[in-house]
Ligand binder design. Sequence first.
Ligand SMILES: [Zn+2]
Length: 257
Amino acid sequence: MRIFIDVDMEGISGIATREQVVRADSRYEEARRMVTWDINACVEGCFRGGASHVTAWDSHGSGHNIIWDLADPRADYQVGTNDLGRLHDIGEYDAVILLGFHAMAGARCAVLEHTMSSGSWQNLWLNGVKAGEIAIDAGIAGDAGVPTIMVSGDDKVCAEARQWIPGVLTAQVKVGLSSGGARMLSKDMAHRLITDTTEAACRKHREIKPLVHAKPVTMRLELVERGRIPGRPDVTVVDGRTYEVSGATTREALTRL
Ligand SMILES: [Zn+2]
């Protein structure tokens, strides 16, 4: 069984403020350790649950957040930029885990909520339903027939995951109190929860269905700023800050935004 761990940063245990997730900021170095610890806890759960191969993708920002010296040697690691497309080889895996994820843009009392870009994306709708990065990444994997079996992060992203993916297991490592505050599990308890939930998810991975969005996939994006709508024939303008595209797959629609 091959497991792909898609690792973001905002939902990692111990992280609750922007200063921890922006590279030049004051608490970023501390937060890199937290990312690597959560990955290690998840990798441990994968192997306990029967994995033969584990890849972790460092998907936040530059994609260079993991501390190499601390990373579990049993996994391999996708880092940095990728010209082959988001989750380009996901069809080679049996299941996906979304680790350290955050709730969609606009979610209330959700730690560091946003969708793709807090600076430019105000709201996203996928096939008419407000959506965030869970629906995007699980949908790309789902188009390749690969289920998303486990999600970790705050209570809001865990609830979002369960709405999109019936039967998905969630490891809630914090309760969001605002976009910059949370009630946290301790480090050790969070890691234990991630390991145990991952192990259970791996054992039941065949019971969880891939998330497959109806085709064509339509994405409607409301931008933060005016005057930014792309002037292309495949773009349907909705209003001064909102436009719509569609694609034969989730990845294709995303690429057209
Ligand atoms: Zn991120």
